[in-house]
Design a binder for this molecule. Sequence first.
Ligand code: SF4
Length: 375
Amino acid sequence: MNIKETQAKSILRKQKKIDSWFISRYGMNLYRGCSHNCIYCDGRDEKYNVEGTFGKDIEIKINAIDLLRRELDPSRKRKPFNSGFFLVGGGVCDSYEPVEKKFKLTQRALELLEEFNHPIHMLTKSVLIERDIELIKSINQRSKAIVSMSFSSVDDKVSSIVESTVPPPSTRLKTLSKFKSEGITCGMFLMPVIPFLTDTPEQIEASVKAAKETGLDFIVFGGMTLKEGRQKDYFLKEIGKHFPDLVEKYKRLYQLGKWGEPASRYSEKIHRLFYEVARKYKIPIRIPANVFSDILSENDLVTVMLEQIDYYSKLRNENSPYGFAAYSVSKLDKPLSLIKNRLKNLKGVGNFTEKIILEILETGKSTYYDKLIYF
Ligand code: SF4
């Protein structure tokens, strides 16, 4: 591994709107590059501009904590932070990749987030997160924490090939169980599910069952993208070493996708399968609103809940105006409660959606949402 210390210009990455997968408005990459080097990693794609050889060259943003302190300091801000969780993880690194043991940027960032009372959402594949369990517990008590780990399956054998340097899924589940027993919201990001390797009905059922048995609060599903260039080339090269017969199959499945997505027929089939299995185990497939209803602003709460309703409706093969409605709400520059009487002027909002929005504004909940998300 080659380590390079660099000076970053900024740390917090602000999103244009609330992210309904992670319930976040801000994210951060404290490192660049990831020595976990999972063979499917999307961070390898050229668009992220990670220099050098992905998996070997790791940048340490050595001034990250000074910058973050300044960026989090409310006295330096003209407008307060938007409501939502600060996502620590994902993107072009894993916040608990091996260099964290020495540089502790994630631990120090968490200390700052605790000091400034921000809710956090951690996403990692590394059990090094256990080192910070007391800190995360304390943040959870003050402002709330979510701990998520990503999995391509719960099959230790396949994992040892496609993500060989991270702890096996069985160990990651034990880590989640520890956080869960401390009263922290925990979830599984089952992504990427890898075609031909981790996508059989049995494997998907095993993952959902494991999430349920571990007591996780949600399981979020995602397929694998393979973008042309560095990501696809590396994946096919590595797959060729272990499963030479699959190379042509991947080439056929990943042909036309603008974003590196597989053929749409495959995606639809696999999402439907996941939905049916999750329904059988009655586990939410998005982070449920009771986790964040007291944290988000009313507009963001409505946006996320409508987007989640949209996701469920499409999986149920129903026509859905909810995505449009969510988008309209996300663009508003005033609180929804000020335009309660004019909700139907918003694109995508008809009688039923209006009813849902009004119920959320009045109670922070939605009967229709609960019916969908808890099956
Ligand atoms: S742990 Fe995440 S960021 Fe690191 S290589 Fe694997 S998929 Fe990429």
